[in-house]
Design a protein around this ligand. Sequence first.
Ligand code: ADP
Ligand code: MG
Length: 400
Amino acid sequence: MNYNKKSVTDVDVTGKKVLLRCDFNVPQDKATGAITDDKRIRAALPTIQYLLEHGAAVIACSHLGKPKGERKPALTLAPVAQRLSELLGQEVIFAKDMVGEDAQAKAAALLPGQILLLENLRFDKGEEKNDPAYAKALADLVGPDGIYVSDAFGTVHRAHASTAGVAAYLPAVSGFLIQKELDIIGGALANPKRPLVAILGGSKVSSKIGVINNLLELADTIIIGGGMAYTFAAAQGGKVGDSLLEPDWEQYALEMIQKAQEKGVKLLLPEDTVAANAFAADAESQVVPTGAIPDGWQGLDIGPKTTAAYTAAVADAGTVIWNGPMGVFEFPAFAKGTEAVAEALSKTDAITIVGGGDSAAAVEQLGYADKMTHISTGGGASLEFMEGKALPGVVCLLDR
Ligand code: ADP
Ligand code: MG
């Protein structure tokens, strides 16, 4: 995939109407509908402000939740319009529909420097189906001179009407959020500052096959931690007790070990493990070799020798890509390995990239978020990005 795509700064937006796809899929209080975390709205501000300051009329749009093509009042974007207006310090006009009469009238009347937010795109089945008629109707809102700006990284792995389809009708460029993801993750995949160290953890081997396969082609060192390490250990004949194990993936694990050898990629597996007598925050624990976990015990974190080896391996890295916690970081007693890796990343001079929903949450929870070069904002999208997949919402943008 070509990561070198045009962004808002590569086109003239002055006096133009811009259809801006945002990720306003915010968490809400179930009872009151109140927005419980406005991080995604704040993240969209730089692109919105740039467009408004440069004299564009912005028609913003997003999905919220899973209305499955039906108009669900609880999933209206009206509260987002309200919050966005507070953050911008200017009125956000809200359309009661997406491409209907209200949206058309308000879009037509929109002046440079003004912003309109459309109602939840997924109230229409055409959004997720990538219906060309729906995409065309969205494009028509900005008229023949309009521009499409894509800034919802969390949905670039989906070919929907507003994330990809609409690019058939309008010049398509990225906003600053997607631009940063492309520059940093794309840069690390296409032309990494070496050595490139990939740290892979999380729960299952099976959910990380694509990432392992892709990074095995690119990285100089691959570090394995988290629950997936026990499938590797069992494959090599180790005893893993009650640890997370995917027997169907043991053969694959062996093939990866062999492939790494053939390619001269250093593959680090955990030598020791913090094993617990239950999957619980207050479980009893002991440090044991990863291949000798007693019956009735399960590995919930990497052990101290492994932690030392892994933190040493990132110290002189040029680039580190991290996906998947080293242990069950949700339990403080088993967060030490993940925290030590986060700390090591915070100290290296390497470009440090964190991808994956839980990994990003772990780094934030442990207080290292502002020490990383980049924390990818899309869970599923960043995983598919690291898998090297062509993302429909990126492919559709104009090449530089
Ligand atoms: P990401 O969302 O960053 O891609 P994953 O979803 O693959 O990461 O994995 C995150 C989950 O893996 C966390 O909830 C964590 O508790 C779990 N995990 C990590 N290590 C273990 C382990 N040893 N046993 C069970 N679960 C684990
Ligand atoms: Mg996850």
